[in-house]
Design a protein around this ligand. Sequence first.
Ligand code: PLP
Ligand code: COI
Length: 383
Amino acid sequence: MTDTLADSRTSPRVFTEGVPLVVEDVPRRSAAERAAVLADPGFGRHFTDSMVVARYRAGEGWVDARLTGYGPLQLDPSTAGLHYAQSIFEGLKAYAQPDGSVATFRPESNAARFARSAARLAMPAVPHDAFLTAVDALVDADREWVPTGPDQTLYLRPYMMAVDPFLGVRPASEYLFLVIASPAGAYFPRGVQPVSVYLSEDYIRAAPGGTGDVKCAGNYAASLLAQEQAIAAGCDQVVWLDAVEKRWVEEMGGMNLFFVLGSGADAELVTPELTGTLLPGITRESLITVARELGHPVTERKFSVDEWRAGVADGTVTETFACGTAAVITPVGEVKGRTGDFTVGNGEPGPLTMELRARLLDVQHGRVPDTHGWLHRVAPVAS
Ligand code: PLP
Ligand code: COI
């Protein structure tokens, strides 16, 4: 476990060179109010007492970084980010550890992806250490909001948007970077029950040269109609195909996909390769490592709908699951599309899916040794 805690708690936090992270005295809800929320947090509905806000101005750089009370932003109606979606975000989680401390999972990877997203949207970089400092400060300040129930976490949402009051289309000169936190239970209300998916043939998520490999707001806005189509077809989620041939499976709404070939000790995994049109998920990358450690080869390559369907029919493809920070690992059961429907395995969660899920959650919740230094301790052992 990496630990920058000692330094950060004994000296004032620095957002970036010359810019302190000012920690304000924040109004706090009572223990009873907190307990009422944490009893059943759901996903993305409740927020903690604090947030981090920092401002960037061209020519000045980052200014005025503070940890302040969670509350509404005042924005000019002409705010550029609201019109042209020059806006990016990240998603990571803080986990209560068995010793009473709190740790985030691979936050450096989120910082790196945020930097790539910023570059793609012509936005300024949030320095790597500033991103980590902001996340650490928020979790530490609101550590009492980290839930301790089974599979509960504190979901963290760093984001940045253009705030110039200007309607011309150009990269803005002023930005806000924020981090907010939301106590979270299961992303899907049915928990780990398999989801049904709809193969999107009318709409595409990302084309070569587009923004599919970064986390920008517009990607999600453009996905909603296909998601509605999936729901109208009786499915939980949309599965995106490549934009050019509409043949290769790319990813799910907010998750990457894995296919299990074979079964038992010989089972192998395939996950769509990173062609530039799908998001390089941190859960995806972690699972590639974990699966290989468990003795299961993993191949990153193109995987077609035809191979999926034929593999399910002849028993080669035994399991399919989706993975991401919010939803961890979710089995895929029924697959629907214009070219015919099929059900993976017997429609129940597969054994390797569940083994990988348990293993990843054990690492994240500190129940097994963190052999990769993936956990980053942010709040100390409770006194
Ligand atoms: N794909 C998309 C489109 C996503 O929004 C996400 C969620 O962040 C993922 C994949 C999974 O990425 P990660 O595992 O880093 O959360
Ligand atoms: C995540 O898994 O963190 C995501 O961002 C997916 C979704 C909630 C947008």
